[in-house]
Design a binder for this molecule. Sequence first.
Ligand code: GLA
Length: 471
Amino acid sequence: MLALAPSALSLHNGLGATPPLGYCSWNDCASEVTEQRIKRVTRALIDTGLAAKGFRHVNVDEGWLASRDAAGAMVADRVKFPSGMRALGDWVHAQEVPGHGRVMKYGLYTSRGTCQCSTKLYQAPGSAGHVMRDAAWMAAAGADFVKEDSCCGSQQHDVALREYAEMRDALNATGRPIFFSLCGWNSWYAERGAQLGNSWRIALDGTNWGALSGSVNRNARLGRFAQPGAWNDPDLLQGTGIGSNDKATNPNGCFDKSQIPQSWNWYLSERQSRAQFSLWAVMSSPLLISADPSQVTPHVLETWSNEEVVAVNQELRRGGPYQGLRLTGGDLHWDPVQGRGSGINVWGKPLPKGAWALVFVNNGPNVSDIVCDKRCYQSVADPTHRSYNVRDLWARRNVGTFYTPQTLLAKAVEPHGGVAMLRLEQRHTSDPVSRRAWTSDAFKRLPCHVAHPTGEWGGLCRPRKSRRHKG
Ligand code: GLA
C-alpha cells in the first residue's frame, strides 16, 4: 500500500500567520555583513522602537559561511563572525525589547545550488547535496528563519520545486519552528509557494525603484496565492540606500561600493521609499528592512515607524483576500533608463470589520490628482453601510466621515513615487455623526467632489436626502 507522508505535501510549521517584519542584511551590507553589524542593527531595531512595533527578525544574508569541513558541515567565517553563528543567535535571542521581553528572532541564509551567489569579495558553497545536514546545522545555531536562494541551482521548474520541498522537509525534521523563505526570483513559484514555504520571492532583486515598481506589477496578478502562513515576497526595504551602507559616504557604512559591483544602482528617493512601504503594506508583503535603522534619514525612519501603516500590513480580513488588490490603473513600472512609465495606481486591502486601506501612487513624471471614482470606491465599500470614518495615515489625521457612494480624490500627488494612504473604518451607528467633515477648514463650503485648492483630500459629500412629497 502506498501512503504519502504529510510532510511531502506541505509545510507544517505554523509560522507566518501574518507577514514577517524585521531586518535582512543583503542590501545593507551585501556579503560584507559582520557579527558587529548584526549586533548594531539588532540594538538599533530595539532602540528606535521598531522592534516594539513588530520588526523582530534579524536575518543574516549571504556572507556568513566560509566553507565546509571534512565531514561536510558548514563552517562560519570567523573573521567576520568571531563568536560563531550559534553564539550570535544566542545574543540576538537574549536582547530585551522593553515591554515585550526577549522576542527577537534570528535568521540564516543558504542557497539551493552548489554555491552561493557570491560577490567579487566572497565565495561560499551552497546546500546542494547537504540539505539535511545544513538544516540541522542552522536549527542548532538557533535559526528561526532560513532564506534559501537559487544560485548555482537548476532553474527548471520541477527540479527547483523538488529541491525546495527537500529543504522544507529537512527544516520540518529539525523539530524547530523555522520560517522558510524561498528565493527563486520568479512569479511561477507563487502557485506552489504555500505548499513549500512561508514566503517566496516573485522577482529578481528589488534594489531600485524601477525593479520594485516592476515587482508591484507582477504582484498585482498573484494576490490569490497569499494567505496566512504563505506570502508573495517582492523583496526588501532599503530606505534610500544612501547613508546606511556605503563606506564612501558614511564611515559607519558596511561596504565599499566599488567592491560590490551590483550595488551601483541600489538607490531610492525618500518619496519612493515611502511609496514602497505603503504598497508593501497593502500587498501584505514581508517588511524586511535592509539598512541600519540608526543611520537612515529621519524621513525613512518615520516611514518605517508608522505603526498604523504596519497595522495595515498585519491585519487580515477573515476569508480574504489577504493581499491587497489593484483597484485602478495599470503598469506602474518606471524605466529609469528610458524615462518611461505610466503609473497611476489605487490599491486597496480589506481589513477586519469591514475596514479598508487605500493607497494612491503616482509614478508618472508630473504632479497628478488621483481619483478613486465611484466604481473604485464601491469595490471596497459595503453598499449597505452608509458611512465610513476616514483617516489619512501619512498625515496621521482624521479626514472625516464619507457617505457611500463616494469619489475620493488625492490632490496633487508628487511624481516618481508620490503616495497617499487612507484607512476607511465603518462608522458605527452609535458613533456620533462627524460634523467635522463638513465644517473642517480644509473642506468647508466646497461643492461635492471638488477638492480644496490647497488641500489633499476632496469629495466629502453627503448624498442628497430623498425628498418626501407630501400626500
Ligand atoms: C540573490 C538574492 C538576494 C541576496 C543575494 C545574495 O541575488 O536574490 O536577495 O540574497 O542573492 O548574494
